[in-house]
Design a protein around this ligand. Sequence first.
Ligand code: PHE
Length: 422
Amino acid sequence: STSLAPVIEGNAYKRDAWTNTPPSILAKLPRKLHQQEHHPISILRNLIESHFQEFEAIAPASAIVTTHMNFDELGFPADHPGRSLTDSYYLNQTHMLRTHTSAHEVETFRAGHDKWLLSADVYRRDEIDASHYPVFHQMEGARVWTQDQLKDLQALNAKMAEQLAACPLVIEDISISSESNPYQPQHDPEFAKEIAQNLKHSLNSMIFRLFGQLKAKSTEEEPLRVRWIEAFFPFTTPSYEVEVFWNGEWLEILGCGVVMQKTLNNAGVPEKLGWAFGLGLERIAMILFSIPDIRLFWSEDARFLRQFKEGQITTFKPYSKYPPCYKDLSFWLPQERNPKEGKGAKAAGGGMTGALAFHENDFCEIVRDVAGDLIESVTLVNNLVHSVNCVNGGMTQNLLHSFRRLTTSQTKRQEDKVNVID
Ligand code: PHE
């Protein structure tokens, strides 16, 4: 293999036997969909950030992390399958594209942040289909307390539980801890329980805000169902996964748990304890915005991008997989006297238009007759009435010329109204 060092974001990475990141993946690094204004991933990030009011929003500088940050520091064992070349993208043996936002946990805790949200693009080698893409976006959230601050937690939790009880939300819960999902031996179980309880209340209320309130239509028939299940992560215990019942299916949307004390010790804050979660933004955005294919998020087509507005959850409208094709047509029509003109009759369409024998609706009808629904729209762009002086046999005549321009836009095949990107 060559030892040519590719330069990425201004740094050189020496190739070795681990190098397996193709240029097509590296090309995604500058895209930052989670920061692209009016993009559904960014809209969702903003909505979650505004829900977690007192939390700081953090954006890590680069998707390139050390394998130490991504795995070792978080307690991943040496033989964890996530480390394999078939699962992750490596620049070389020591540097890789982060596979999760948890790669930034230790540095964020080390910087002293206690309540934070961190959003970023993450990379995992995967098949590509309507729900899988090797690049996606996660949001990590964490909250830590000193032993002293934990004393107020019980009262805060009681208040949050009360607020949640008033929401039409069906929570299928599990016990906070079990033999297979234990508290950490160095934690006072009373404190660990309050931390886990706070994690659950915080996430349930965020989920209710997104699915129950913002996507209000879904709650009309039946309340939203959320299910907590036991999970395992090397950097949390007890750990949980949260699933939402959507279109007849349980969908996993996040993983979370009480932060392993070792992680906080590694970060130089052994006096703190708390919780962390990591959620997949695409999954949630696909449900909220009714986006049928994960590949659409990467679209640069205005027909996708212009559908979304900051702060709003709207329903995605499918469009043709073919690019739009515009036909510009111009007509010249001689002026004809409207017999009713001047007798108080209102001209159809207003002004001079009424004096013409041909209205744009006549043209629309011809288009529909010929092409049917292949035509998306017919629009009158311009309508000019032009006066010209003509010399004819020594006599000056005033002639009126009318010029009409009509545009038909986007021929479309009805059966192709699916969003398959090929
Ligand atoms: N990083 C985990 C994942 O990608 C999610 C997670 C984050 C779990 C934080 C626990 C705590 O699956």
